[in-house]
Design a protein around this ligand. Structure first.
Ligand code: ZLV
Ligand code: CA
Ligand code: ZN
Length: 381
């Protein structure tokens, strides 16, 4: 038996279509789909594509998109273009929250249909048992609402994939480690006990988008106690984050007993992110993903935010390794496309925790942990 090829390696599928990385939100916009191309190159440079099942994804159909979204909204997304935007009455653009965060750009509908199609394909591989873990780094756009885009997200691929998984899975756990609150997913499942949503995020009601996700938001009706929020402040470090994460996720999985997990791996929670101010290193972010994987449940792994493209691609490559039980060499492979993006260190794990003061006192984190554990205790009724 060759120990370097463990026989228990999970079957991992990787869902990607190079077309998604070609769209542009606009020159000043922080969301750069190009980061997905960078990630894909790095993943294959490390040889990870050889040990996964690769799927070139298709666009989600209109019928699939309207499983969650309203027909009016999807019709609008399909029709609107940069050229005809001004022909729509102002009211229509306001109704559909079109503006600087969610601009109308060329190919917007196709872009949305591609990243949603990838999460739907991924969910299907989990349902039919062909994959233990299915990865879609182009997905994770957690803010989109039923009839509106929000925070760079036009369609909510997570909600769509979850609705598909719910046809076969009694209980889903959604874990969101993006810097921002996973409000769109929380809202979609706020009244059900069949999807437990938990988000770790920077929280400030007035000053930080989207302004929701305080500890007291915990679901309503049948969904009461089936949503959990972990509001954090700038500068949280590796140890505080990992400890808090594990001490919440472990009892949560044990009590809720999900049959499938969706993990949103937003990379804006890393240090040095253009929009973020946490002090998390790639290894710590990855340790959280590894911890979730260690429970051995079917997993849908999606991307999300991440606004320093070189670090986004480093993180998601590292985490693709983790999902395959492979520890990657810290030195980036030679001769990779766009290697110049990764200087001067040319490493997979540069130091990212050297910028911000930790504004999360021990007492604050301990209080949050206790409140979360109290919430989780309601599950064993
Ligand atoms: O990472 O935006 O703060 C998943 C995700 O979670 C806002 N939006 C809203 C509220 C008032 N506005 C500001 C409007 C700004 C419009 C353009 C930017 C442009 C340049 C640089 C930064 C931003 C920006 N926008 C930073 N934060 C925002 C947030 C939305 C954050 C979405 C996070 C998405 C993919
Ligand atoms: Ca989050
Ligand atoms: Zn984010």
């Amino acid at each position: 038996l060759n120990n370097s090829h463990p026989i228990n390696k999970p079957r991992v599928s990787y869902h990607f279509n190079g077309n998604v990385s070609r769209y542009h939100y606009g020159v000043k916009h922080p969301m750069k789909p190009f980061r997905l191309m960078l990630t894909d190159h790095l993943v294959s440079s490390y040889g990870l594509h050889k040990i996964m099942d690769l799927y070139e994804t298709r666009k989600a159909t209109k019928e699939e998109l309207t499983d969650f979204h309203s027909k009016d909204y999807i019709d609008f997304l399909e029709k609107v273009t940069p050229e005809n935007t001004n022909k729509f009455p102002r009211g229509t653009l306001d109704t559909f929250n079109i503006g600087d965060d969610c601009p109308i750009f060329q190919g917007l509908y196709d872009y949305s249909a591609y990243y949603a199609g990838a999460s739907l394909d991924a969910s299907r591989k989990l349902i039919n048992g062909q994959s233990d873990i299915a990865i879609n780094w182009s997905g994770g756009l957690h803010h989109a609402k039923k009839s509106q885009p929000s925070g760079f997200c036009y369609v909510n691929d997570i909600v769509l994939a979850a609705l598909n998984l719910l046809r076969f899975h009694p209980r889903l756990l959604y874990i969101d480690i993006d810097l921002h609150h996973g409000d769109g997913v929380q809202e979609a499942f706020y009244t059900t006990d069949r999807v437990f949503t938990v988000s770790f995020h920077k929280y400030n009601k007035e000053l930080f988008f989207p302004g929701t996700g305080d500890v007291d938001e915990d679901g309503i009706d049948r969904g009461k106690h089936y949503a959990l929020n972990v509001p954090l402040q700038d500068g949280i470090d590796d140890d505080s984050y990992i400890n808090l994460f594990k001490s919440i996720i472990e009892p949560l999985i044990t009590s809720y007993r999900p049959t499938c997990i969706i993990l949103q791996c937003g990379a804006d929670s890393l240090g040095h992110d253009r929009l973020g101010a946490f002090n998390i290193n790639i290894k710590a972010h990855g340790e959280c993903a590894r911890f979730v994987k260690s429970f051995g449940l079917p997993m849908l792994v999606v991307g999300g935010g991440g606004y320093t493209p070189k670090n986004v691609s480093r993180l998601w490559t590292y985490e693709t390794g983790i999902m395959n039980d492979v520890l990657l060499n810290n030195e980036l492979p030679h001769g990779i496309p766009f290697r110049e993006n990764f200087g001067p260190d040319y490493s997979l794990n540069p130091v990212l925790d050297d910028l911000y003061e930790n504004k999360n006192p021990k007492k604050y984190l301990e209080d949050i942990r206790i409140r979360c554990l109290e919430n989780i205790r309601y599950l064993q009724g």
